[in-house]
Design a protein around this ligand. Sequence first.
Ligand code: C5P
Length: 308
Amino acid sequence: MASRPHAVHVRAPGKINVYLGVGRRHDDGYHALATVFQAVSLYEDVHAEPATGFSLEVDGDVDVSGVPLDDRNLAMRAAKLLAQSADIDSGVHLRIRKGVPVAGGMGGGSADAAAALVACDALWGTELGSHRLHALAARLGADVPFALHGGTAIGVGRGDELTPALARGRFDWVLVLSEQGLSTPEVYGRLDVIRSHGEAVADDPPPSLDVPSAVLHALRTGDAHELAPVMMNDLEAPAVLDRPDLELALVDGVRFGALTGIVSGSGPTLAFLCPGPDAARAVQDALRSTGRDALHVHGPVPGARIIG
Ligand code: C5P
């Protein structure tokens, strides 16, 4: 057997939903989705070291005060699930450095879980392979398989049934981060309420959920001008309802040169698609000059990977 590493460092990306169509709520509480994820260059770094029990520490570039350090933490759950599934009786100490905003709609917690799976698999020498890791990831949360996978992918089912999408070149995004996060279950719940009241701010769930071919075509050609008008997020209406300030920021980003702006996932992070790196830097600077926390990133980038 190969010798076990003393410590493993894994990096996993945050994501943007370039397209997010939400269907009906199922009995398990989850909604049917047709989505396109793109992994972007904002990362979670997870360091795993051998330990007798399971423990966790978290710091980072973003506010980490809301991150639980017990079994509510998805990375902790990931490590324990892997140990249980592979019949491992070792423990692990996880050190997480967060670059993705907490409760921001960019899948930061899911990236931690994906990184913890890859890190513990290497630390314990379980060598589960991508198929079994994916199955464990799907048990942890709807966005976790994508954080393993990275790149650009179509997600259906709960968002966990993935097919890679062809995406040419690179897309430049400017993110606007919020100090206050939004709860994903609450945003989904608000969408259901809006729809049940028949309010015009959100569409009814479509009878069949599909990612429009125009979205896939624009990704294939790598043309941001073609992608911008077909981006869509059904969670935008319920997110903005709770945070009217986002609407003004969406208008400002476009006024400053972005092709379009969208709420990322369940929000409140905003993602502005820009024509290229120079335009993105200009949009970032203009948004910063209005006092907003703006960040230029690009996608697609790979999923959870061992570093070094
Ligand atoms: O799976 P994950 O923990 O990321 O999901 C968080 C919450 O988001 C779920 O508990 C559910 O309320 C909502 N959700 C949903 N439909 C999905 C994915 C998430 O309703 N397809």
